[in-house]
Structures are given as structure tokens and as C-alpha cells.
Design a protein around this ligand. Structure first.
Ligand code: 3H9
Length: 685
């Protein structure tokens, strides 16, 4: 049965799509839409058409699962042209998300009405693409060039109200969408000529008077777009809309779309779209496992981590009891939360009321017993096994039956922590990344005894607080931090052998990371995890810490910093490196950028393979989700495992073998990696 059905309401033909979950514009939908327009055209009784969708949303875009497969006719550009060419007015009635091809359908319609909660956007750039069904040509004509650039190059949607203000939506509908859309169609049914987006010109004229607009936009966003192909292609396509007639602009759009579609970035970003969604699925759980009810969350610790964690729940409308040991620490923690919210409000991203509401949900207290009515308690105390065990032992006596007891540990053994309670089935790791209110990643650490419903609750809760959760098994550092270890070890070795922090970091930045390992150490604090014994100086890092070079916060770390925190290479660090080089009898040599890649990135891939081998990640794509959301791995390279696949696993193995002697005695080559390379297999497909 076709997902498109039609029904008449007086002389208005209602064309309804029912293609769950998101009304993606797959083949059957496209075919149905063309048939429906033909039907409207052929039926003299029909004076206007309303296109509307059932379920949660208007068309959320082309069907991404069809990409890379042979295209079945009619293609979307043909469908939208057919809609616009209809001799009777077509009204798009929008709710939910009119995204990508969905917005292109709406743009090709003669009128657009929307409920106030609707969102309109062209997120193709997030899939490494550009709107390829006339969107780059119609959107600037309807919404204005500036708005089109902003929307299409960022991929971020706008709300219906903003869409109304810029002319993208003709009318906001309060009440029943279909009923009002039909009434609107009645109003416009005799109005001629039909307003065709492709024929509009007035908003392009403004841009023609300001030819510098495009370069200014490029420059203003250079940092954000660094490394990505698609945003630049979007700009070029919209430039074509301004500079060339519509028919020519559409051809340019098509050509640019096809170029992007055949590139590695689009493949990587589309892969990642599904990787992110797959990550929330847990294998091996009994079917129909129901989550536990979470109405109040307890957080132990009001420091940076505890405060950040609390904010996630407060922002989602979930009350938080935040416990500290001392009043001043508690006050400081609550004060920081308020300050953070106020900073958000001052940027216009939150109203004063919302700040008040969020703060109203926070109960700061020194009384540990106040945690007794919490459904989930997360400890964010000092990273030390004895301390954690003590906290969990205490929690065991206080928490109500069925409460989930979570640890925010980054490295420690969740099973050992769970064993300090009488209810290990209720214990789980919830590893937030700093700053916890901002970073999207959440590692959910599954202990040997963690109950299925605890896991399901954690995954569902992650969605509620807008995190992307990935399940990790119990091993040192879980997925993300465990993979940092070989990278860190090799980066430090490379300094001894002749590389500089600047060289290593440059290789990373050129690769597409926001920063390299030494820049990251300086930002996070070189002293993090340091033993703090200034008499025990065993390596370069110990020495830097002992010299008070703790990173940006001290104005000195692997780099020197000026008062504006701008880094420069440090002669003092060069001396320290030289001292250790002599001490360890390492000969200085020229290090190539390729060697840095092989020793720090190939070894990370190897560690990822070991994680898979050990069953500590459910799937290779989960590892990629961790690295993109937790550590800034460029999404256009898909993540370390996808990247390894695109490099070719034999090349990775060969590179590691070339370096093997230098990798040290602790390095272990993954059998899974070698096996897959030998068998011509990939990790991610
Ligand atoms: C495009 O339009 C190109 C054109 O310009 C030119 C063509 C020539 N296709 O995210 P959720 C699945 S490019 C296929 O969890 P939510 C998704 O995988 C497209 N499947 O729900 C998931 O499946 P499962 C431009 C899709 O409520 C399920 O739907 N459009 C598509 O949190 C639920 O998804 C976009 O990029 C799709 N287009 O969020 C929009 N979209 O249950 C992409 C979703 O098996 N989509 N699925 O895991 C979104 O942004 C969100 O899905 C949306 C709903 C906001 C709509």
C-alpha cells in the first residue's frame, strides 16, 4: 500500500503521507506524491491541494538508507518540480521537522503553513551533502540569502516563528493543523499567479548589491567549517542562485551535490548518523525490558564535575539533590551552576524564568541522608578506589530499594565498586566528559552484574538529558580513555626521539582534531593524575609538574602562554626534553609527520581493535561515536575505526609493524586487526 493517500475536503485535495518513523521521502513516497499531484491536476473539482504528514513529523528529508544504492525514479528534484508546476495552489502543512528534502517539498509548494512548534531546516551539511532538490536555489529566494547561508551551511534548523518572520512560512497555525491548512487553501484557491519560489527574485537582489557577502560569510565561519567540504559547497551553490538564472543554479546544485555524494566525507558523515543511533541499542537484553522511573537524581560532589552533571538534569526539568561535605564547597558549587545558567541567559539562550526554574529544582545539602528519596544517585567524588568504595558502602545503607547507584569514574573498576554494596545489580558507571553540562558523550559502563533495566534506564535517561550514550565494558579507561593511553605514551616517546610538542600538535590539527595531545594536556591540566611528589621525577611530565608548569591555568605547560593565553614554543620545555633524552640515552632524529600518525593514531586504532576483541565495546561504530563526541575526532573522518577502514586495514597493520620496535615492550598488536586486514575485511561495514 502506498504511504501516500488522498482524500477530499470540499474542493481541496488532502495529500497525506504515512511513512513512519519520520516520513522520509523514500521511493514510494516520491511516487505517491507525483501521482497525487497528477490526480489533483486531472480532477476538475479540485481547486487546491494540502500536503500534510501523519505521525510525529512532516517529511524529515530524503531517505538516507537509499543513498549509495541505485536511485529509483522519480527522483526528488523531479518530484518537487512537479509540485511547483501544479496549476492549482499547493499548501504544505508543517508540523514536527520539515528537514532537508522535506523542506524542499515545502519550498516547492506555493504556500507553507506551520504549527508554532515546527522546526524547519536543511541539515544535509551534517551528512556531508547540500540540499539537492532545489533547496539551495529556492531557500535564498524565499527566506533571503543571509538566512539561507546560515541555515544550509550550519545545518541547524529554525523554529516556525523565525521562519514566519523571514518569510519561509506564510502563516502560523494555532489549533488543528489540517483544518486550518484546508481553510488557508480555500482562501488562496483562486489567487493567481501562483507564487513559485523558483521565480522569485526580490530577495536575491539585495545580495547582488552586496557581492562581498559570500566571502565575508566564508571568513566569519572559517574556523567552524575547517576541514569540512560541504559548507563550502553550500556557499557555492547559493552563490550560483544569486549570480545565475534559476535553471543554471539548479544544474550547479546538482553537480555539487553529486560531487559531495561521491566523496569520503559524505560517506563518513552518513555512516556516523546511523552509528549514533545504533549506539543506543543494547545487545543481549531480554525483550521488553522496562526502564525504572527516575523522578529525582542525587549527585555526590559539587565540584566541576558534580556541578556539570547536575546541570544536565536540572536543564531537563529533573530535580537534583546535590550533596557536599563542607558548606563552602556546596555554596561554591551551587553558585557556579547559577553563574553558568546566567551566562547562558545573557547570551539570550535561556530566559530569566528558565534560570529560576532550573535553580528551583536544585536542593544543595550537606546531609547525605537526603539522598534517600533519589531514584538515581551519581557519585562524582575523588578518583580513588577506597574513597569510591566508602561512598558506595554508605549509599547502600541510605538509598531506597531499586535506586540506581552510579559512579562517574573515568578509569576505575565498576565491578569492584559494585562489590562494596549489597546490590551490585543496581550499580552502573555513568562516565560524563568534562565540561559535563556541554559534552554530548556519556559512557555507560556495564558491570558484570548490572541489571538489564538499569542499562535501559541509563540509555533512556541519556536521551532525556540530550546526551549520546555508548555502552562500555569494564576495563581500564573504558573505551575513550583507554584509547588515549597508547596515543599519550607514544606522543611522549616521540618527544624524546626528536619531535616537538608543536610538531605533534600540528599533525593533529591538520588531521582535523580541535587540538593535539600537548595542547589538550595544557588545557586539561598537566598535573591531572600526577602523584604530586616533587622528589619523584621519572619522566618529562613529572618534571614539568614539579616546575609548576601545570598548563594554561599556570601560564606554562608544554607551551609558554602570554597573558591572553596565546601559546608559544617553550625553550624551558625543550631543555627538559633534552635532559631526559640524555638521561635515557635516546638519540635525537628527524621525525616525519607520517611516523607521528603511525605511532599515535594507528596505535589508537589497534587499541580500539583490542577493545572489540575483549568485548568491551558492542560494535566498532560505538568506538567512533565515543571519539567524535568525547574527543573531537573530525566527524568527516567518521571516527577512528571508520577512518582505519578508509585508510585500509593492511596499511594500518603495515604501519604498525614498521614502528613496532619503537612502540615498546608493552605494545600488543591486535589479532582482530591483523585478521581483518588479512581477510580483506573492515571494522565498520
Ligand atoms: C536530504 O534530504 C537530501 C536532499 O536534499 C536531496 C536529495 C536528492 N532517512 O533520530 P531518530 C530514522 S538528506 C532514513 O532516533 P528523533 C533513524 O535512523 C536528509 N531514516 O528520532 C531512526 O531509525 P531507527 C536530510 C531516517 O525523533 C528513526 O528514523 N534530513 C531518517 O530523535 C528515528 O530517528 C536529515 O538529515 C532519514 N532521513 O529525531 C534529517 N531520519 O529507529 C535526519 C531519521 O531504526 N533526521 N531516520 O534507529 C533527524 O534529524 C532526526 O531523525 C529527526 C527525528 C529530528 C527527524
Amino acid at each position: 500500500m502506498s504511504p501516500i493517500s488522498t482524500r477530499r475536503h470540499d474542493d481541496v485535495l488532502i495529500v497525506a503521507s504515512n511513512n513512519p518513523p519520520v516520513n522520509a521521502l523514500g521511493h514510494a513516497v516520491r511516487e505517491g506524491l507525483v501521482q497525487a499531484i497528477d490526480q489533483a491536476e486531472a480532477d476538475e473539482q479540485v481547486k487546491a491541494v494540502v500536503i500534510i504528514c501523519e505521525g510525529n513529523t512532516f517529511f524529515a528529508g530524503a531517505d538516507i538508507t537509499e543513498f549509495g544504492k541505485p536511485m529509483q525514479m522519480p527522483m526528488l528534484p523531479i518530484v518537487v518540480d512537479r509540485i511547483e508546476a501544479c496549476s492549482k495552489p499547493v499548501v504544505a502543512a508543517i508540523h514536527g521537522t520539515a528537514f532537508g528534502g522535506g523542506l524542499e517539498v515545502a519550498l516547492a509548494s506555493h504556500y507553507r503553513v506551520a504549527v508554532p512548534s515546527a522546526k524547519l531546516g536543511v541539515p544535509e551539511v551534517k551528512l556531508g551533502l547540500l540540499p539537492g532538490a532545489g533547496g539551495t536555489q529556492r531557500l535564498p529566494r524565499v527566506a533571503g540569502v543571509g538566512k539561507a547561508l546560515e541555515m544550509a551551511a550550519s545545518g541547524n534548523p529554525i523554529g516556525a516563528k523565525e521562519a514566519y518572520e523571514c518569510g519561509l512560512v506564510d502563516k502560523l497555525i494555532e489549533g488543528d493543523l489540517e483544518q486550518h491548512a484546508v481553510a488557508f487553501a480555500h482562501e488562496v484557491k483562486d489567487s493567481r499567479p501562483l507564487p513559485k519560489s523558483s521565480e522569485r527574485d526580490e530577495k536575491l537582489r539585495e545580495a547582488r548589491d552586496n557581492p562581498g557577502l559570500f566571502d565575508e560569510f566564508r571568513q566569519a565561519n572559517a574556523k567552524k567549517f575547517r576541514g569540512f567540504d560541504a559548507p563550502e559547497y553550500v556557499v557555492r551553490a547559493i552563490e550560483a542562485a544569486v549570480k545565475a538564472p534559476y535553471a543554471e543554479g539548479v544544474m550547479t546544485e546538482r553537480q555539487l551535490f553529486m560531487e559531495l555524494m561521491s566523496g569520503t566525507q559524505a560517506r563518513a558523515q552518513q555512516y556516523f548518523f546511523f552509528a549514533e543511533r545504533k549506539a543506543s541499542k543494547i545487545e543481549g537484553l531480554p525483550e521488553n525490558t522496562q526502564p525504572r522511573d527516575i523522578r529525582r537524581v542525587g549527585v555526590i560532589g559539587a565540584g566541576t564535575m558534580g556541578g556539570g552533571i547536575s546541570m544536565n538534569f536540572l536543564s531537563a526539568g529533573i530535580p537534583v539533590t546535590m550533596v557536599e561535605m563542607a558548606q563552602d564547597a556546596l555554596d561554591r558549587g551551587a553558585g557556579t551552576i547559577r553563574k553558568n545558567y546566567e551566562a547562558t541567559a545573557s547570551k539570550g539562550k535561556m530566559s530569566a524564568d528558565q534560570v529560576g526554574q532550573a535553580m528551583g529544582l536544585l536542593t544543595p545539602t550537606l546531609d547525605f541522608n537526603a539522598l534517600s528519596d533519589c531514584d538515581l544517585i551519581i557519585e562524582a567524588v575523588f578518583e580513588n578506589m577506597d574513597v569510591k568504595k566508602e561512598v558506595f558502602g554508605r549509599l547502600d545503607t541510605i538509598a531506597k530499594p531499586g535506586a540506581i547507584l552510579a559512579s562517574n569514574t573515568s578509569y576505575l573498576d565498576i565491578d569492584e565498586i559494585a562489590a562494596s554494596t549489597s546490590r551490585p545489580q543496581d550499580v552502573v558507571g555513568l562516565h560524563f566528559f568534562s565540561p559535563a553540562n556541554i559534552m554530548k558523550l556519556l559512557e555507560v559502563v556495564r558491570g558484570a552484574k548490572t541489571a538489564p533495566d538499569v542499562l535501559v534506564t541509563a540509555m533512556q535517561l541519556a536521551k532525556r538529558i540530550r546526551k549520546v550514550a555508548v555502552v562500555a565494558g569494564v576495563c581500564y579507561g573504558f573505551i575513550g580513555n583507554r584509547m588515549l593511553i597508547p596515543r599519550q605514551t607514544q606522543a611522549m616517546r616521540l618527544l624524546l626521539e626528536g619531535a616537538t610538542p608543536e610538531q605533534v600538535d600540528r599533525v593533529y590539527v591538520e588531521f582535523g582534531m580541535p587540538m593535539g595531545p600537548f595542547q589538550m594536556a595544557d588545557l586539561a591540566g598537566v598535573d591531572i593524575g600526577w602523584h604530586r611528589d616533587t622528589n619523584r621525577i621519572e619522566n618529562i611530565r613529572d618534571k614539568l609538574c614539579a616546575m609548576d608548569r601545570w598548563g594554561q591555568k599556570k601560564g606554562a605547560g608544554f607551551y609558554d602562554y602570554d597573558e591572553k593565553r596565546r601559546p608559544s614554543p617553550s625553550p624551558a620545555v625543550a631543555e627538559v626534553i633534552e635532559e631526559f633524552r640524555r638521561r635515557e640515552n635516546v638519540e635525537k632524529r628527524e621525525i616525519s609527520d607520517q611516523e607521528i600518525v603511525e605511532r599515535t593514531l594507528y596505535t589508537m586504532v589497534n587499541e580500539g581493535a583490542l577493545i572489540l576483541e575483549g568485548g568491551f565495546a558492542q560494535r566498532a561504530s560505538d568506538i567512533d561515536v565515543v571519539w567524535v563526541y568525547g574527543y573531537g575526532w573530525p566527524v568527516y573522518r567518521g571516527g577512528p575505526m571508520f577512518w582505519a577502514d578508509t585508510e585500509g586495514l593492511p596499511k594500518i597493520v603495515e604501519g604498525i609493524r614498521r614502528q613496532q620496535e619503537r612502540l615498546g615492550p608493552d605494545f600488543k598488536l591486535s589479532e582482530l586487526l591483523v585478521g581483518k586486514a588479512g581477510a580483506g575485511e573492515k571494522f565498520t561495514r
